[in-house]
Design a binder for this molecule. Structure first.
Ligand code: NAD
Length: 366
């Protein structure tokens, strides 16, 4: 089977979908690998490194012509689709629920497409879960970015010139990114508080040393381990429970998402105005609409001395690790779908069924 690695064309994204390490493993297993010139350069993987491991370096056009399986991180775009043929199998994130036009356009090519972000959240799929591998890094880097933007340090420091009190960090959403953010902020010496709509996250947050801010819960806010859209009543209770901590925080990191929906607005403009002068909000949900009313993706909005930074963080700034982990997820997924380097998938299998969005030009999922 011939696998093609395409260069990411999304502005600011420095990752590559398959790293040299995974290329070596694929070649060793008998796959042929074609790499678009310069695909890995921004994540520090040179063409010569891929070549030395047995891959063929070629033009973008060359990859489309030579490979059957085309791998990317970001969704295939209109330009890509001009070169897609019906026997191609596309593997990338497609965000099919919010991208109906793209899915229709893929179906029109007659090709087959799998979406990595549609991976079911089950134990068996953990090593193929790109949302987890990338969000974990985003949680770490959000704290580092916040520390850089703040005018204070994190830890308690006793010096001859006086004592510096530790910074206060507040984290909304204790999922994969939130847990890593708690751990990172604690390691740096901050006093950390966290809140989440799912009550089971209290124990997880506390085990990492954060104080959990509980919001009175009706029991209907989550289902099967995932958050549901919060009711107006819950949002009101949440504001009452969290406001005191929010107005004292030096750094706020928001990570709250609801699968398949726009991110919930947890911090209004009015609340931002009541925060401390110099406070920083890092909104990791900015690409999904934002947890803060004023945040804008890839921009810093300043309101009364408070910086609100809307970012996705991992793609831009930790591209080496992000590419390595994404590549391992892809490798495990390709292993899952193949036998002796040939596709042999089972539509009864939950992982295959959930991720297969278009099959031979027929759209399977909306
Ligand atoms: P996510 O990115 O969908 O959301 C982040 C967090 O925001 C979640 O914890 C969610 O409860 C919270 N949230 C949503 N609305 C909120 C609101 N209004 N107020 C406060 N918090 C709100 O979540 P995630 O990181 O994908 O993780 C969700 C769960 O899935 C976790 O328990 C995680 O361990 C689990 N998970 C399992 C697998 C697997 O088994 N393969 C993979 C990844 C995650």
């Amino acid at each position: 089977m011939k696998i093609g690695i395409l260069k990411e064309s999304t502005k600011g994204d420095k990752r590559v979908s398959i790293s040299p390490f995974i290329t070596k493993k694929l070649v060793k297993k008998g796959f042929e690998v074609f790499v678009e010139e310069g695909a890995g350069v921004k994540s520090l993987s040179e063409d010569a490194e891929y070549e030395a491991l047995g891959a063929t370096i070629t033009s973008r056009e060359g990859v489309f012509k030579s490979a059957q399986v085309l791998v990317k991180i970001n969704p295939f775009d209109k330009n890509d689709l001009k070169q897609v043929k019906k026997d191609h199998v596309l593997i990338s994130q497609l965000y099919h629920k919010s991208n109906p036009e793209l899915i229709k356009a893929i179906a029109e090519t007659g090709a087959t497409a799998f979406s990595m972000d549609a991976m079911p959240r089950i134990s068996r799929a953990q090593d193929m879960d790109v949302l987890s591998s990338q969000n974990n890094l985003a949680g770490y880097k959000a704290v580092i970015l916040g520390a850089y933007e703040m005018t204070k340090i994190f830890p308690l420091m006793m010096t001859a010139a006086g004592t510096i009190t530790p910074s206060k960090v507040l984290i909304y959403g204790v999922g994969v990114a939130g847990l890593q953010a708690i751990a990172t902020a604690k390691r740096l010496g901050a006093v950390v508080e966290a809140t989440d709509i799912r009550t089971e996250t209290k124990e997880q947050a506390e085990s990492l040393g954060a104080k959990f801010i509980s919001v009175e819960n009706s029991g209907e806010e989550s289902e099967g381990g995932y958050a549901k859209e919060a009711s107006e009543d819950y949002q009101k209770r949440q504001k009452e429970a969290v406001n005191k901590s929010l107005f004292q925080a030096d750094l706020v990191i928001t990570t709250a998402m609801v699968p398949g929906k726009k991110a919930p607005t947890l911090i209004t403009k009015d609340q931002v105005k009541q925060m401390k002068n110099g406070a920083v909000i890092i909104d990791l949900a900015a690409a999904q609409g934002g947890n803060c009313e004023v945040s804008k993706l890839n921009e810093t909005v300043k309101i009364k001395g408070v910086k609100v930074i809307g970012t996705t963080v991992a793609p831009e700034s930790v591209s080496t690790n992000a590419s390595d982990l994404y590549a391992k997820n892809i490798y495990n997924f390709i292993k899952h779908l193949t036998k002796d380097q040939n596709f042999e998938w089972d539509l009864e299998d939950e992982i295959t069924d959930e991720t297969l969005i278009v099959k031979d030009g027929v759209q399977r999922k909306n």
